[in-house]
Design a binder for this molecule. Structure first.
Ligand SMILES: [Zn+2]
Length: 405
């Protein structure tokens, strides 16, 4: 073995074999890694703006298509769907903020780390670890949670301040490790495109496009670094939801419907979650459930079936959904003085459609796929990374013709 390494070393010094050196030193070819990348809030039409050469090249080398997010089209519910294969009703993260009758007085927020809020479903990195498939998470909602003591082999506490470049370099560094400590399944999360979409709105603008372009450059850098390592990679690149234009001229005021001291407002903005107070809630229900301009409200159990939302008791008792692009508030926030972007709306609305690209040795160059539900991503990632998936609301059926094996 030592003689083998010395031989390779001498060949490198003499300028021969540089491309094969990595494989020869280790004695075996590298196994593919599967990297699930979320570009939060990336609307698929951003690919058509002439500013994403790296993403377009990956789409061309593999498959791409529109993906329907789960309802509500918010960040935490959809990220957890992507890694559990279950709708929000099934995995229990039914909003970015939520309540549970078993924990009166408490409220889940995006900073909540208590497993209580997360353990209605098992994310794929936990299933992988239990099956001996090494996983590593470079951020993802839920990735900081311990499931009965099981965690990804590598994970970092979320910090919005950590640049995209640092996140990418951390993943590349994991792949520099020797085979036994190198992950087979990786998640990688980016928030900058979502932040810019909220601030500037999704319409073409130099400021939004600068951020999209920088993200695309980062994806290109990740690819070239992995290529340089000789590391084959199946990339599954998704977003959690799209982005709709919102503005101060399209606001519904809850105080015009009912007195605010008669209910608890769990969430508001792109929809409203309402918990009536007191014993007799008939008057407040009548007020909310009647028809409104640009908004419809339901009792939890009467939310239309196509949303697949409302069987989980964490869904608010009364749920109000504005037309896409409308906002609903008790108090209009100070930032709402000009056009911006928002999401959380009807998951069938075209503006909410999410990004999907898959490319790598496990995927043939198959062109585009028809629209599908994001519950299928879990099964796809499990297939590519060699994890036996648990029960889910999705399947790999949609992708079967595109697999190379
Ligand atoms: Zn998001």
């Amino acid at each position: 073995m030592i003689r083998h390494i010395l031989t390779v070393f001498c060949l490198i010094l003499s300028g021969e074999l540089p491309a094969l050196a990595q494989e020869n030193i280790e004695g075996t070819a590298r196994e593919p890694v599967t990297i699930l990348i979320s570009i939060d809030g990336f609307r698929p039409d951003y690919l058509d703006r002439g500013i994403t050469p790296n993403l377009n090249a990956l789409a061309k080398a593999g498959i791409e298509g529109p993906m329907r997010p789960s309802f509500p089209t918010k960040t935490f519910p959809n990220h957890y769907t992507l890694v559990t294969g279950k709708t929000p009703d099934g995995h229990g993260v039914v909003g970015n903020r939520m309540e549970d009758k078993a924990r009166p007085g408490e409220r889940f927020t995006m900073a909540s780390k208590d497993p209580f809020w997360w353990d209605q479903a098992e994310p794929i990195w936990i299933t992988a670890e239990k099956q001996g498939v090494r996983s590593a998470t470079m951020f993802w909602p839920g990735s900081e949670i311990s499931f009965g003591g099981v965690r990804p082999s590598d994970w970092w506490p979320f910090s919005e301040a950590l640049s995209n470049d640092r996140r990418i370099r951390a993943v590349v560094d994991w792949m520099r490790r020797p085979a036994e400590s190198r992950p087979k399944l990786v998640t990688l999360y980016f928030d900058t495109v979502d932040t810019a979409g909220h601030f500037y709105g999704p319409a073409p603008s130099d400021k939004l496009h600068d951020v999209i372009q920088a993200m695309d450059t980062g994806i290109g850098f990740l690819r070239s670094e992995l290529d340089a390592l000789g590391q084959p990679v199946n990339l599954v690149i998704v977003s959690d939801h799209g982005m709709a234009e919102v503005g101060p001229e399209r606001v519904i005021r809850l105080d015009e419907i009912y007195a605010r001291d008669q209910y608890r407002l769990v969430e508001s903005g792109n929809y409203a979650g309402i918990e009536p107070l007191g014993d007799d809630t008939s008057a407040i229900e009548a007020a909310f459930l009647k028809p409104h301009h640009n908004m419809q409200c339901w009792r939890r159990e009467n939310i239309p079936a196509r949303f697949a939302y409302g069987t989980n008791p964490r869904v608010p008792t009364i749920f109000c959904l504005p037309e896409t692009g409308w906002l609903v508030y008790q108090d209009v926030p100070e930032w709402l003085t000009r056009t911006g972007g928002g999401h959380g709306y009807d998951n069938f609305a075209p503006d909410m459609t999410a990004l999907f690209i898959a490319s790598g040795p496990g995927i043939s160059a198959g062109g585009s796929v028809d629209i599908f539900d994001n519950v299928d991503i879990y099964a796809l990632v499990a297939h590519l990374s060699g994890v036996r998936p648990g029960p889910s609301d999705g399947s790999v059926e949609h992708f079967l013709p595109k697999f190379t094996q």
